[in-house]
Write a protein of this length. Structure first.
Length: 629
């Protein structure tokens, strides 16, 4: 007896719906993307009951004719794709003709739509995929979709929904991602009657970022731009000191589409190597633009992933853009002693995105306005260090030498309302202007060593600013860079009295596996009996008194790392054990030498990513003492 049964279109729709509509947030994303495809300039997203109960998306786009308003809920009904050739270069957000069919299959939908030229519009209501009512209706130009009771007919899926709070903030996050991708469209998002964010739609990424991420996060971002073989990158990345506890604030867009990409994420993070603390992540809003033919968006029904015809080209473009932005950053942090002013300036409204615990995400709501502590909060408790708008990173560090194929774009503008309105919107073609050659080869202002505070911080003065430098962190970085220079042979020092050490079986195994690396880096180790090791030599920079402590730390790190990362982590330990320590007496000449390197921008972050220098300007001091307002 035949056992194969052809499923009814309704069941097929329900199955397909499961892929497209995972959660109410997916409905928000699909409806918002449809509005963008319809050429809307203004879109409003409203939701309540975590989105499960109610989602309404209203746009002022092209609207639909009456026939289309009935047909748009059919599966594979789309105005965006006509034949298979179209699949090769997709320029719209949608193209699969699945979203509305999927949404309608699992909820109650109402549609109200009118085209600009039509005298009247159309009203359609659909429940569980069946059209219930359709008639002419008066309405403004554009389209409104109202979606109620998502998953009312699929109780199995409903069971998986999280709390209204969690689903609601996921909806807002989805809307935020789409809105950030298109700074040229104004998006308002209202949850439970409260405005969550409102982007002005002025075409500037910084405006959208400010509206969505909040002031503090937006101001800690550095502009990043670059181009590599037809792949253009523009946008913003966080300064290393503003690393976050998760990747929730990494936003990547490809041709205006919000996507997730491990390779872009890796490219970004690679650029921060050795400047960001382990366990901290950069934030970004990076817009990648390339020919639609060079990217395949038809990878998954949710269209969240893409495939590039040349992964490497895109990887390099992102990596070098981020790297040159970081190289251009001065790396000293300006102290802002006035936290209260900061609070007053922060706009009310949206400041929360769901924290990212893996993208499918359980969320903990987190306030993006509160800058995440970039390093152990205990180390610099009272100092709040945003990068104020309008302060341009000075380019005094060693110049970045781009790879041959890579061409840096003109020096971009800083975020901030006073900045030149350079269009950050990827949708608009950008005029290639030559970079203004402003650098004059003037001597830097002389540096005066004032002294040392608490045997920990070097105090120096240069022009109208005071530099406070963490002497251990600065020295550690200096040694690390020296050790890391590949062409430099690491010198070894023979210990006057060889040290015997019993590392324990696990560490012994690690030492044996990494023998060649340790030898290359200046250690001479010999096994002694079954359990002991004799240490005969250590890297010359290192304090021999720290031999065992250093080796214990190194074994711990080598348990997990390999390759270049392992090498770096060993060097970090050596540098740390070689550097002068807080609490030690250090002579003035040494303090001055360090301060000079820091002032020249040669040393910016310690190898663990902590900043080495905080500056205090005369203006800030004058303000604190009431000399100026
Ligand atoms: P896709 O976006 O992949 O084409 P959808 O199911 O999302 O598929 O939408 C089906 C069609 O309905 C679209 O191709 C478009 O013609 C029409 N449509 C959907 N939303 C809107 C809207 N907000 N304004 C105008 N037309 C719309
Ligand atoms: Mg669509």
């Amino acid at each position: 007896m035949a056992v194969i049964n052809i499923l009814s279109p309704h069941v097929a729709d329900m199955i397909a719906a499961g892929e497209v509509v995972e959660r109410p947030g997916s409905v928000v994303k699909e409806l918002l993307e449809n509005a963008l495809d319809a050429g809307a300039r203004n879109v409003t997203v409203e939701l309540s009951g975590g989105g499960t109960t109610f989602i309404r998306v209203t746009d002022d786009g092209c609207g639909m004719a009456a026939d289309d308003a009935g047909n748009c809920f059919l599966r594979h009904a789309t105005s965006k794709l006509h034949d298979e050739r179209g699949l090769e270069a997709i320029e719209t957000m949608g193209f699969r003709g699945e979203a509305l069919a999927a949404i309608a299959a699992v909820s109650r939908v109402e549609l109200l739509t009118r085209r600009a030229g039509d005298g009247e519009g159309t009203y359609v209501s659909v429940t569980g995929g069946e059209i219930q009512d359709m008639r002419a209706a008066g309405c403004p130009k554009g389209t409104t979709f109202t979606v109620r009771d998502i998953f009312y007919n699929t109780p199995a899926r409903l069971k998986f929904m999280k709390s209204d709070r969690a689903e609601g903030s996921w909806c807002v996050q989805q809307a935020a991602r789409v809105a950030l991708g298109r700074p040229d469209v104004s998006v308002r998002c209202v949850k439970d009657g409260k405005e969550e964010f409102f982007t002005p739609g002025d075409g500037r990424a910084e405006s959208a970022m400010y509206a969505i991420l909040g002031r503090a996060a937006a101001l800690s971002m550095l502009p990043a731009e670059g181009e590599n073989e037809g792949v253009t990158v523009s946008g913003f990345i966080s300064s290393p000191a503003a690393g976050r506890g998760s990747r929730a604030m990494q936003f990547f867009f490809v041709n205006g589409r919000t996507i997730r990409s491990q390779s872009l994420q890796a490219a970004l993070e690679q650029a921060y190597k050795n400047t960001l603390m382990v366990g901290r992540f950069p934030a970004c809003a990076l817009y990648v633009t390339l020919s639609p033919g060079a990217v395949d968006v038809n990878v998954h029904p949710t269209k969240n992933e893409v495939k590039f015809s040349s992964e490497k080209r895109v990887f390099d473009a992102v990596y070098y853009s981020a790297l040159s932005a970081l190289q251009g950053e001065r790396g000293t942090l300006e102290m802002d002693l006035s936290r209260s002013t900061e609070k007053k300036l922060a706009p009310a409204g949206y400041g929360k995105l769901a924290g990212d615990k893996g993208d499918a995400g359980e969320q903990t709501a987190m306030d993006l306005r509160t800058p995440a502590p970039a390093y152990g909060a205990a180390s610099v408790p009272a100092v709040h260090v945003p990068r104020p708008a309008g302060i341009r990173p000075r380019q005094s560090g060693p110049a970045f030498t781009p790879s041959k194929a890579y061409r840096p774009r003109p020096q971009p503008v800083q975020p901030g309302p006073a900045a030149d309105p350079a269009p950050a919107n990827t949708a608009q073609p950008r005029a290639e202007k030559p970079a203004p050659r402003t650098e004059s080869v003037s001597e830097p202002a002389p540096l005066r060593l004032v002294g040392e505070l608490l045997r920990t911080y070097i105090v120096a003065e240069q022009a109208d600013r005071v530099l406070l430098i963490d002497k251990h962190a600065a020295h550690e970085r200096m040694i690390f860079d020296r050790l890391k220079a590949r062409d430099r042979q690491i010198m070894s020092q023979t210990l006057l009295t060889p040290q015997t050490w019993r590392p324990g079986p696990e560490a012994l195994e690690t030492l044996t596996t990494n023998g060649p690396l340790l030898e290359e880096l200046g250690f001479a180790l010999e096994s002694y009996g079954d359990e002991d090791v004799i240490v005969r030599a250590v890297p010359d920079a290192m304090d021999p008194g720290q031999t065992v402590a250093a080796l214990e730390e190194i074994c711990e790190k080598l348990k997990t790392g390999a390759g270049d990362l392992a090498r770096d982590s060993v060097l970090q330990t050596v540098a740390c054990k070689a550097a002068i320590k807080a609490g030690w007496d250090t002579d003035r000449a040494e303090l001055l030498a360090l301060a000079e390197k820091v002032a020249a921008g040669e040393i910016r972050y310690c190898p663990h990513g902590r900043p080495v220098c905080v500056t205090l300007t005369k203006k800030e001091l004058d303000r604190q003492f009431g000399r100026i307002k």
